[in-house]
Design a protein around this ligand. Structure first.
Ligand code: VGL
Ligand code: ZN
Length: 205
């Protein structure tokens, strides 16, 4: 069980840990709050080494195309500037967190934190080659963020215990995880104060 050595070139990317995606929110992910403790451990792991922490957020205008009354699939959620769009205050974000706002115009939805945000360029400009991805929801924004990161040729560590799925269809989260691994994401888990390969997940078909 070898620890992954974090250093220059590593960054943490926390996807959409916003009030509306937590239980009780407008689009609450079942057990979404279970990710907060492991994500806070991840933040310590990266921040203590001086490694950058990025946090994406869904940041929609009031009449966003993904909302049901505009013909979209979701109830209104994460309207820019509202309480529901705020990061969970249980999340211990570092003062120098880099915030990535996505899907900020009415006409376009974006599940991936790379879509229309300049994130890829920002990561490259900082010399980042590998990102650890966690957050909500496994089967939407985490999935699409991981697939785009791989397309942009970053190495991706996916932290399953720090992500949860909406599971609109039962099994969506498991299928998303399988897809991310198939495309080359490496499953990792927290072990004490380290990240190690998650061999149980690595053995999935
Ligand atoms: C998300 C549904 C709608 C997500 C965002 O962050 O996974 N899901 N908008
Ligand atoms: Zn959204």
């Amino acid at each position: 069980m070898s620890a992954i050595v974090l250093g220059q070139g590593d960054a943490l990317l926390i996807v959409d840990l916003q009030v509306d995606f937590l239980p009780g929110g407008k689009l609450g992910v079942p057990n979404g709050d279970a990710v907060i403790a492991p994500i806070n451990r991840l933040i310590s792991l990266y921040a203590e080494r001086g490694l950058p922490v990025f946090a994406s957020r869904d940041w929609h205008p009031e009449l966003h195309c993904s909302f049901a009354q505009q013909g979209g699939p979701w109830p209104p959620h994460c309207v820019a500037g509202t309480e529901g769009a705020a990061f969970s205050d249980a999340l211990q974000l570092p003062d120098d967190v880099v915030i990535v706002s996505k899907a900020v115009t009415a006409e376009v939805d974006a599940y991936s934190a790379f879509n229309g945000t300049g994130l890829g360029q920002d990561l490259r400009a900082r010399g980042i080659r590998r990102v650890a991805v966690c957050g909500l929801a496994t089967d939407y924004c985490v999935l699409n963020t991981v697939l785009d990161a791989l397309k942009e040729e970053f190495e991706v560590l996916i932290v399953a215990e720090a992500a949860r799925a909406v599971d609109v269809q039962p099994g969506d989260g498991d299928r998303a995880m399988t897809q991310m691994l198939k495309q080359g994401a490496l499953p990792v888990r927290l072990s004490g104060n380290a990240l190690v390969a998650d061999l149980a997940l690595g053995a999935l078909p």
